[in-house]
Design a protein around this ligand. Structure first.
Ligand code: HEM
Length: 127
């Protein structure tokens, strides 16, 4: 049995790079999310790009540059409630819509982003 193809293999670096660019364009248009990010988005863009290469089966540059991701811990400094999660996912969904890709890759990425974003939620509105 052959191993499943990774998103990295299906998409390639160029499309992952474009995805990150589109994502940050959407962040720029979403003031309630944009306010969490530093003024200069370039370093953030670079980090997300390295990270996505790694999680989707490509080179481990993120680990070399940033060490163990510990993403949930790195996100504790921002109040992320379900509304903020949905803003982030909305930006990523619009970015995904702009990259032509096979349904298999889209499905794998959407599932991953939903789970990861849910994992980042660290504030819950009162019942
Ligand atoms: C960093 C917000 C979800 C991956 C950041 C930063 C902010 C942020 C403000 C700082 C930007 C920087 O300077 O690097 C959020 C919010 C989320 C969310 C509000 C809502 C759920 C996610 C998800 C992923 C992710 C789902 C996984 C793909 C990253 C990575 C970094 C980062 C890799 C850089 C970490 C580092 O090396 O310092 N995020 N994020 N984030 N985020 Fe998120």
């Amino acid at each position: 049995m052959s191993a499943p193809l990774s998103v990295y293999t299906l998409l390639g670096e160029e499309k992952i790079h474009q995805l990150v660019d589109h994502f940050y364009e959407e962040v720029e248009r979403t003031p309630d999310l944009r306010k969490l990010y530093p003024k200069d988005l370039e370093p953030a863009r670079q980090r997300l790009y390295w990270f996505l290469l790694h999680v989707f089966g490509g080179p481990a540059t993120y680990l070399e540059k940033r060490g163990h991701p510990m993403l949930r811990r790195r996100h504790f400094q921002w109040a992320i409630d379900p509304e903020m999660r949905d803003r982030w996912l909305g930006c990523m969904g619009k970015a995904l819509d702009q990259i032509p890709m096979e349904a298999e890759a889209r499905e794998a990425m959407s599932t991953y982003f939903y789970r990861a974003a849910q994992h980042m939620v660290n504030r819950h509105p009162p019942e």
